[in-house]
Write a protein that binds this ligand. Structure first.
Ligand code: SF4
Ligand code: SF4
Ligand code: SF4
Length: 273
């Protein structure tokens, strides 16, 4: 029973949100949406507790493809950062806005960059590439994310200022072209730098929200430095170059942790938890 408890708590949190939004907004979609995501995450947590090596990938595929295919392509909601600005400017409290608020703005205060490890549809594809452990020295290219962030914001502002007709339709096509660009650049960069997560480290505009907020995350990997023998195994397997063998929140690249727990699995001294 103890093994199932975290999964049950997680499911209960999502179900509470599902029922609350369903009743508050009078829309059955919210009940379905949050029940599905909660069930996926809880199932993944249970598989994880039983040592299933593919648990994270299964959750990532189930949630990521739901957001990309169902919410994005079928329901035609722009789930990318442009969609967030668009619905924010409209004052519409819809899927893309709720998604950003829950997964990328307020959520990271609790579960850090769990979205990046378990739900992102861009990383869902990038994680199929063979460079799971970065094979090159990390570049100093993090500044690019601020350009992509400003570009996305300026693009949506421009559409509103120009009073573009049929903006909803444009947002849908922006979602398709935006994703295509993300995949193309992400795959190219991953192959070039031999690092699956290069796009996440240097280009992704969402990290402008994710990084500072996840610094305060309640959920994080802890290191008992007294038990650590500095073998470096955790550093070798980390896809995000996190200096996880230090306990402080100021550890190098600490705000990049995607909670994949690869480091915890390889530590020979059980110093990480
Ligand atoms: S950094 Fe961006 S692309 Fe990478 S997993 Fe997170 S949200 Fe997705
Ligand atoms: S290997 Fe550890 S430190 Fe690195 S991203 Fe995964 S959980 Fe975080
Ligand atoms: S794998 Fe464990 S013992 Fe080795 S450096 Fe990391 S925390 Fe320390």
């Amino acid at each position: 029973m103890k093994k199932y408890l975290p999964a049950l708590i997680l499911f209960a949190v999502f179900e509470t949100l599902a029922v609350f939004l369903w009743l508050a907004k009078g829309n059955l979609f919210y009940l379905f949406n949050f029940t599905y995501i909660g069930a996926c995450l809880a199932s993944g947590l249970t598989l994880f507790a039983y040592g299933n090596k593919s648990a994270r990938r299964l959750v990532q595929l189930a949630v990521g493809s739901y957001m990309l295919i169902y919410l994005g392509l079928i329901c035609r909601e722009n789930m990318q950062i442009e969609g967030f600005w668009y619905y924010l400017f409209l004052g519409t409290f819809e899927a893309a806005f709720i998604h950003y608020a829950a997964a990328k703005i307020f959520g990271p205060l609790i579960f850090g960059r769990g979205f990046c490890g378990y739900a992102c549809w861009t990383a869902m594809v990038l994680d199929f590439l063979p460079y799971k452990k970065p094979q090159a020295q990390r570049k100093n290219w993090g500044f690019i994310r601020y350009f992509t962030f400003i570009m996305a914001f300026a693009l949506v502002c421009g559409l509103f200022i120009a009073q573009t007709i049929d903006i909803e339709k444009i947002m849908f096509w922006l979602f398709i072209t935006g994703n295509f660009l993300y995949y193309a650049v992400g795959i190219w960069l991953a192959v070039r730098l031999k690092d699956n997560r290069a796009f996440c480290k240097y280009i992704c505009p969402v990290t402008v929200f994710l990084k500072p907020l996840s610094y305060f995350s309640v959920l994080r990997v802890h290191c008992d430095e007294k038990m650590c023998v500095n073998c470096g195994k955790c550093l070798e397997v980390c896809p995000m170059d996190v200096e996880v063998n230090r306990e402080t929140r100021k550890r190098k690249n600490g705000t990049e942790c995607i909670l994949c727990y690869n480091c915890v699995k390889v530590c020979p001294k059980n110093a990480l938890s």
